[in-house]
Ligand binder design. Structure first.
Ligand code: HEM
Length: 495
């Protein structure tokens, strides 16, 4: 077996652009979490905001969370990928500006225009408001998503250009010569393999998403331009599912890059690693039909393919990453600090969160469970304890004052508060799902309320812990930029 050359390169703090992405992510994450808590308090009947505000908050929370975790994931991917390929800082910043522009449009649509058709904007709901919101509000929401999507398309095109220039093609970025041919030990590092995969699937997903958004925008003003609702649903779920799946594949780059620095052991991009990323590149694009299993109008073969591929895709990258992490951590003498703890627990969160999806992907279960809180239970687990934990781990990594600095008791308490809070919050969703509590209902029946109240308590604990993470990150921002400026200065003096 060939010896792989990947060893972690030194990291000199973060560029201002990466820090700007992370500051925006921290603020928006916190705000959206508070919106989520308000929804849970409403279920618990501790508040009385009413249906209109519940659905306005649900729309903002869904769109806001999906967008912001994508932004945070992009910051992680860009930060590490630029150690291997030449990326454009201008395009990276343009993506942030387009993102913020889209956010303003979405905020205006929901807060001023009362749009509340959920982030999934299923056709024909946005154009059939029955007087609850106006045309301009629907247009601003869909236009905002489109503007955000354009930013991500630009970012991924730039990444594709950079990988093709450095490695000679996207197949080479996925390590195909080493996967399908003799193993010369020169496979691209995991960060490049993951970025190539995300770029391929997101470009396809975003083009499909932009196409349906444009069709729906035209239909909004020219109703004679008809859009087939079933086709629209398929396109929206394809785009939405690929996009939200891709966020964890961007964020996991932090695990591949940072854990080897802690353990001084390389993360091997061997044949199994490369095969799992290539397999998921294709499978991620075919698993969305588990959201459509109740749509009898779809061809049966299409749903069966979705069912089988949904099962298969649960495992490859997750197992390869979980096993790889255990191998490089085992007896490595790793220093457990906030960063390494959060990154390690994120893999457990990802694995735990994937299991309810696996169960829900079974057609007979899906008929009963899919419209219950079981589904938010699944994705909140893997996003919060998996993806979001990776983001906070990365933030702690950037602001660590020195290699041997120890964590304060408050940070450690916040870590456990985050883990316990998230598990309690998501298990309440899952248990409610098991008890057939409907998803996306503003008002809950009296017998559902005990679960909602327990969930609210854990959500508050989780948010309090996140406040500590964010405070630490914002307070340490100077440190994160300082190392980068010093390294840049040293490099320019040396040349
Ligand atoms: C403190 C943290 C959070 C709380 C309290 C919270 C709460 C909620 C609640 C109450 C719902 C509505 C459930 C329903 O009745 O159907 C919801 C939906 C949702 N949440 Fe969260 N959430 C949190 C974190 C997150 C995170 C981190 C993400 C993504 C990264 C996320 C993404 C979503 C999405 C996509 C929906 C679906 C909205 C829809 O059905 O249209 N949430 N959340």
């Amino acid at each position: 077996m060939a010896s792989y050359t990947y060893t972690p390169t030194p990291d000199y703090g973060a560029k201002a652009g990466v820090l700007a992405y992370l500051v925006v992510s921290a603020v928006v994450l916190l705000l959206m979490m508070v919106f989520g808590l308000i929804m849970r308090l409403e279920h618990s009947q501790y508040t009385e905001i009413g249906g209109l505000w519940f659905y306005k908050l649900m729309t903002l929370h869904g769109a806001g969370m999906v967008g912001i975790v994508a932004l945070a994931g992009a910051a992680i991917m860009w930060h590490f990928l630029r150690q291997y390929v030449e990326l454009s800082t201008g395009i990276f910043i343009a993506n942030l500006i387009l993102f913020l522009t889209g956010v303003v449009m979405i905020l205006a649509s929901v807060l001023l225009g009362d749009f509340h058709a959920a982030w999934t904007f299923l056709h024909p709901l946005p154009s059939t408001s029955m007087g609850l919101w106006s045309e301009w509000a629907a247009a601003a929401f869909m236009g905002g998503l489109l503007v955000i999507g354009v930013g991500f398309v630009l970012l991924h095109l730039d990444i594709a250009r950079a990988i093709i220039t450095r490695y000679g093609g996207l197949g080479r970025g996925l390590g195909w010569p080493q996967l399908f041919g003799p193993d010369d030990g020169n496979a691209p590092p995991p960060a490049v393999v993951a970025s190539t995969m995300v770029t391929i699937v997101n470009l396809v997903g975003l083009v499909v998403g932009a196409s349906i958004l444009i069709m729906m925008l035209i239909n909004l003003y020219v109703p004679s331009f008809e859009v087939d609702p079933l086709l629209a649903k398929g396109m929206i779920y394809f785009f939405g599912h690929v996009f939200i799946n891709a966020v964890i594949y961007m964020a996991v780059i932090a695990v591949y890059e940072i854990l080897p620095r802690y353990t001084q052991r390389p993360w091997k991009a061997n044949k199994v690693f490369l095969a799992s990323w290539t397999a998921s590149t294709f499978m991620v694009m075919f698993i969305f039909p588990h959201h459509l299993l109740m749509d009898y109008a779809y061809p049966k073969w299409f749903l069966i393919v979705g069912h089988i591929i949904g099962y298969l895709n649960t495992f490859p990258i997750l197992i390869v990453t979980g096993y790889g992490a255990m191998m490089i951590v085992y007896r490595s003498g790793i220093r457990w600090d906030m960063c390494s703890r959060l990154l390690f627990v994120s893999l457990a969160g990802w694995a735990i969160g994937a299991m309810p999806a696996f169960i829900d992907g079974t057609i007979t279960v899906n008929y009963v469970m899919h419209n219950t809180l079981w589904v938010p239970g699944h994705f909140h687990t893997y996003l919060l304890l998996g993806m979001v934990a990776m983001v906070f781990g990365f933030m702690y990594y950037l602001v660590k004052p020195s290699e041997h600095a120890t964590d304060s008791a408050i940070d450690v308490a916040a870590f456990w508060g985050f883990v316990v809070g998230t598990m309690g919050f998501t298990l309440s969703f899952l248990y409610s799902g098991k008890m057939s509590v409907a998803r996306r209902y503003a008002g809950h029946l009296p017998e559902w309320i005990p679960y909602d109240r327990i969930a609210s308590f854990f959500a508050a604990l989780l948010i309090a812990s996140v406040l500590v993470f964010i405070f630490r990150f914002l307070a340490g921002l100077g440190l994160a930029g300082r190392d980068y400026q010093r390294a840049s200065l040293a490099r320019s003096l040396a040349t």
